[in-house]
Design a protein around this ligand. Structure first.
Ligand code: DX5
Ligand code: ZN
Length: 222
């Protein structure tokens, strides 16, 4: 059982792209904790989404932290521009970063909280040497690129193993475990029990007309 309060980060990838302003407001009213923003470059992942202009625009209206997840091949080159644009949490992929520690430190110096993401097939060890330098370790529970995919079940064991490792290294109160992909009440229950602290949910929240119900269902998991 997680002793941390669960945070919910709805992913705007599943919001109506013609109404991002109203959509993000609706999840704020419904009790969301962070806005999750999926930046895709059409290269690291086979899909292209949005970039700096949308983040700058959201920063002007959003009342919640912007959790920017950059699925790009060159995070060392572009991450700081996303911090300047308004990212409060900047999560880059361990598979793509050339100099992960340097990048995490630069993100922090620019004023954002650094996070590192691992694809489902990437060994957890990729995150271990980064753990003392980041505020968030994000485990992907789908292969990134699209919303609406099915949750990969072995993520539950990966979350449990990461949670145990963080506790053994006295980092459990410093590093949040964020999980991204295929999260709903059923899959959320399992990963929160395994130690997840931040749940990203696209389809489950924005695919529902009533945003309060899915958000409160996830927030009440323990
Ligand atoms: C996947 C993205 C996710 C995605 C999650 O590449 O990183 O954040 O939006 O969407 P759902 O919750 O629909 O799986
Ligand atoms: Zn994401």
């Amino acid at each position: 059982m997680s002793k941390h309060k669960v945070l919910v980060a709805p992913s705007i990838l599943s919001a109506d792209p013609l109404r991002y302003g109203e959509e993000t407001k609706s999840v704020e009213i419904a009790g969301a904790d962070w806005h999750h923003i999926d930046v895709m470059d059409g290269h690291f992942v086979p899909n292209l989404t949005f970039g700096l202009p949308l983040i700058k625009a959201l920063k002007k209206t959003a009342k919640l932290p912007l959790d920017v997840h950059i699925m790009v091949s060159n995070p060392d080159d572009v991450a700081l521009s996303y911090v300047e644009a308004g990212a409060d949490i900047l999560v880059f992929h361990a598979e793509a970063a050339k100099h992960g520690h340097r990048l995490a430190q630069a993100i922090r110096e620019k004023g954002a909280r650094p996070g590192v993401a691992l694809n489902p097939a990437t060994p957890l060890e990729f995150a271990f040497s980064m753990a003392p330098h980041v505020d968030v370790i994000m485990l992907m529970s789908v292969n990134p690129g699209f919303g609406g995919q099915s949750f990969i079940e072995d993520t539950v064991d990966r979350v449990a193993a990461l949670s145990k490792w963080l506790a053994a290294n006295k980092l459990q109160d410093k590093v949040l475990i964020e999980v991204d992909g295929g999260i709903n009440e059923q899959t959320g229950t399992k990963i929160v029990k395994a130690g997840a602290t931040v749940l990203v949910a696209g389809t489950y929240v924005y695919g529902s007309k009533d945003r309060a119900q899915p958000i409160s269902a996830l927030k009440s998991l323990k």
